[in-house]
Ligand binder design. Structure first.
Ligand code: HAM
Length: 407
């Protein structure tokens, strides 16, 4: 018996139904905001993630599904979507074309994490990336879009917000933070590594002892330059104006290294310890860093697996036709009827001859509106017996008229 790998699971109905419903509605909302669908490969060169997500992150440091392919290339299953979209943006010369480009995408991501509730090694994201706008209204737009998605699915969350500064204010703050961290003895091994590679990542260490050392750590939000400060204030004002509640969390640094200025997360108290439902922010330097023409950018990704638990499907109305056969000889007619009816209707057909009771039970399970049963009488007369499973009424339809009948 071969099972799925640890941390990976099959998505079965009704979860799979919810997934389609979720993606459909996210896509609709994203299109309303001017975003177009993009699909990038799941497998990319490892260097892409090392350079963008960053060597200091757990994602690159510990969690990549990385291997050498048959051509000797170091490749990696994407741990997140942004880096691949940026690569595509540059490779397809959209950076050179200038102007604004907005994309949405969805699909599986891979991180070799310790599996637990809400944390998988293969998980699904719905994400958006907007290129070409440095105005903070674009940050506000993507946050409003994300709120609209969460409101549509009636998911209650808290928005946590921070600013991670820019190359003007970051270096001085970084030096101050490193000085503060150098004076601490007993930081965990991860923090010692982060201190060298990207010291602000120490601020969101989950280790209690590390957190106890950080109570008086200098915070970036107090060290922002005039531009970052005024952008952050404008963003907060817009969100207030649109009744988006938020909490400023000065220790929110995000687990990926590419952010500058706006950083945010939507967290929920309803899904257990892995409370982050979605996260995102601005990454104005990434396009240039990956070899493109400098272009400001902002985006987010939703953790779909975590959200599906909270998504309620509308009461499903009965739909379509279920065809069953009472005799082996009826199989050809059942097949023909299904082919004819499928031009306009959803049709399920069962070829194995069963008793009427059994067929009706299966039609009910399939949530069909009509059940058609074909037996000896129907074969002789060419008139098919139909039951409406909502009204429980029976009626007959001539087999030649199946296609014209309004179901
Ligand atoms: P992220 O915060 O790493 O951001 O992931 C976004 C969301 O994916 C998380 O909030 C969480 O809901 C979900 N997620 C992450 N890891 C797992 C896991 N192991 N199992 C289940 N769900 C998980 C990014 O990935 C950025 N690319 C977001 C972004 C787009 N920033 C700018 N543009």
């Amino acid at each position: 018996m071969i099972n799925a790998l640890r941390g990976m699971k099959d998505m079965l109905s009704p979860e799979s139904e919810k997934y389609l419903y979720f993606i459909e509605n996210c896509s609709r909302i994203a299109k309303n905001y001017g975003f177009e669908f993009i699909s990038a490969p799941i497998l990319e060169e490892s260097a892409l993630f090392k350079r963008s997500v960053g060597e200091s992150s757990d994602i690159v440091g510990k969690e990549m599904y990385e291997f050498t392919d048959k051509g000797g290339n170091r490749v990696c299953l994407r741990p997140e979507g942004t880096a691949g979209i940026v690569r595509s943006f540059i490779q397809n010369k959209m950076d050179r074309a200038g102007g604004v480009k907005r994309f949405f995408y969805y699909g599986p991501m891979f991180r070799y994490e310790k599996p637990q509730k809400g944390r998988f090694r293969q998980f699904y994201q719905f994400g958006v990336e907007s290129f070409g706008i440095s105005d903070v209204r674009e940050d506000a737009s993507v946050i409003l879009m994300l709120s609209e998605i969460l409101n549509f699915f009636k998911i209650e969350t808290v928005l946590k917000l921070n600013s991670l500064g820019c190359p003007k204010c970051m270096p001085a703050y970084r030096a101050k933070l490193v000085k503060f961290l150098d004076a601490i003895e007993g930081l965990c091994d991860d923090c010692m590594r982060r201190k060298v590679l990207n010291p602000i990542r120490v601020l969101d260490c989950k280790n209690d002892q590390c957190q106890s050392f950080l109570t008086n750590a200098p915070l970036l939000i107090d060290a922002l330059c005039d531009e970052c400060k005024s952008d952050f204030e404008r963003l907060c004002a817009i969100l207030k104006n649109f009744n988006i509640n938020y909490e400023i969390d000065p220790k929110l640094v995000r687990g990926l290294d590419y952010y500058s200025k706006t950083a945010f997360e939507f967290v929920s108290g309803d899904i257990g310890a892995q409370s982050s439902i979605a996260g995102g922010g601005r990454y104005d330097r990434l396009v240039e860093f990956l070899g493109g023409k400098s272009s400001p950018a902002v985006g987010f990704a939703i953790g779909v697996d975590r959200i599906l638990e909270l998504v309620m499907l509308d009461e499903q109305k009965r739909e379509g036709i279920y065809i069953g056969t009472l005799e082996k000889e009826a199989q050809d007619l059942a097949f023909l009827a299904a082919v004819t009816l499928r031009r306009k209707n959803r049709v399920e057909v069962e070829f194995e001859a069963k008793g009427l009771k059994n067929i009706l039970k299966n039609a009910d399970k399939a949530n069909a509106k009509y059940c058609v049963c074909i037996g000896e009488n129907e074969l002789k007369s060419g008139i098919l017996w139909v039951k409406d499973l909502d009204t429980k009424e029976n009626f007959s339809v001539k087999k030649e008229l199946l296609g014209e009948f309004t179901w």
